[in-house]
Ligand binder design. Structure first.
Ligand SMILES: O=C(O)CCC(=O)C(=O)O
Length: 336
């Protein structure tokens, strides 16, 4: 994938904004125009507190669910070897972590929307869907959701190099939803306004001009990416913004915005957040399969943790027979 492929896959809104901003100005809402200019937009207090309470209650169950082999998480997201061992949360103990809520920075749980209705509803909250629908010009679809306990401490990056499970790479945006008020000591999200409007010569060369990162990339190239972005930021004079939201706020960023997780000043502080990546549903093969309200979910049909899985037929027969026997005995007692 070369820079010009990326640029030709941008949303119509962005292509218009780049080429004829005055025409775009007459078509799109103030929110979308601000997003096209800055690469980011904040919506204060738009997420319903009751929904966040339900997410909290479900997350309280996680230590129990983490014993199953199905719940996936990641540690060391800048590519440390631990990452692969801890992909299945049961393996967290290999890293000396017994309660995942106590894990250090870098732990992210993948796709909790597949386990919890609350997380699914949060990913498809109305303010997110309404905004992305206008931006993409078609219904948005969820690519993945990530749940963080603490700062990711992830170095600066642009999502499109890593999140490319969709056909039109330029149709990519993410929502950052705080699950609590975020302290400046907890390693907040940092981003650089305007850094999403890359020109063709400003993309990092991952491999022969290609713009996608790969697990097999040699470590020097991966390290060079951070240096490259920092040099570009200096050269362009982009300044960092820290995101210090309150529970109920929402931030949406562009798939090419330079951002990362800052270092935790106080390692004891949590920075609970829910981060969802979206693309446009248009042209996606799986689109008809997983409709959720006005949006779409690209993930596989939900796989359930062991504790919530349907039981085998013999187990169900034995349980049903036991229930029937109990019922008969109770009836016998009332008739006696
Ligand atoms: O919240 C963070 O620390 C970073 C999240 C992030 O960079 C991402 O999901 O792309």
């Amino acid at each position: 994938m070369l820079p010009h492929h990326y640029l030709s896959s941008l949303t119509l809104a962005e292509r218009l904004y780049r080429q004829q901003p005055e025409v775009a100005g007459q078509i799109y809402s103030a929110e979308v125009l601000q997003f096209l200019r800055d690469g980011v937009i904040l919506f204060p207090q738009v997420i319903e507190p009751e929904l966040l309470d339900r997410v909290d209650a479900d997350l309280d169950d996680l230590p129990r669910l983490a014993r199953t082999s199905l719940l996936h998480g990641m540690i060391g997201i800048d590519g440390k070897a631990d990452h692969y061992d801890a992909r299945v949360l049961r393996n967290l103990s290999k890293l000396g972590v017994t309660d995942l809520r106590q894990a250090g920075p870098g732990l992210k749980l993948n796709d909790l929307h597949r386990y919890f209705d609350s997380a699914r509803e949060l990913a498809f909250s109305e303010p997110i869907i309404r905004f992305l629908d206008e931006l993409f010009g078609s219904a948005p679809a969820l690519i993945q959701s990530l749940t963080f306990w603490k700062s990711s401490e992830q170095s600066l990056h642009q999502d499109f190099s890593y999140v490319h499970h969709h056909s039109r790479l330029g149709h990519l945006a993410a929502a950052w939803i705080p699950l609590e008020d975020i302290s400046d000591q907890a390693g907040p999200l940092v981003y650089f306004k305007g850094s999403h409007l890359l020109a063709e010569h400003q993309f990092y060369d991952w491999n022969q001009g290609g713009i996608l990162a790969s697990r097999n990339t040699d470590p020097q190239t991966a390290e060079g990416y951070g240096h490259y972005l920092n040099a570009l930021i200096d050269q362009q004079g982009w300044t960092p913004s820290l995101y210090l939201p309150r529970r109920g706020d929402l931030l949406i960023w562009h798939g090419a915005l330079i951002h990362g997780g800052t270092a935790m000043a106080d390692p004891a502080l949590t920075r609970r957040s829910y981060v969802c990546h979206y693309t446009a549903a248009a042209n996606h093969k799986a689109m008809a399969r997983h409709r959720v309200g006005e949006g779409y979910d690209f993930s596989e049909p939900p796989s359930l943790p062991e504790t919530m899985r349907p039981r085998s037929l013999p187990t169900r027969l034995v349980t049903a027979a036991g229930r029937r026997l109990k019922h008969l005995l109770q009836r016998g007692r009332t008739h006696a």
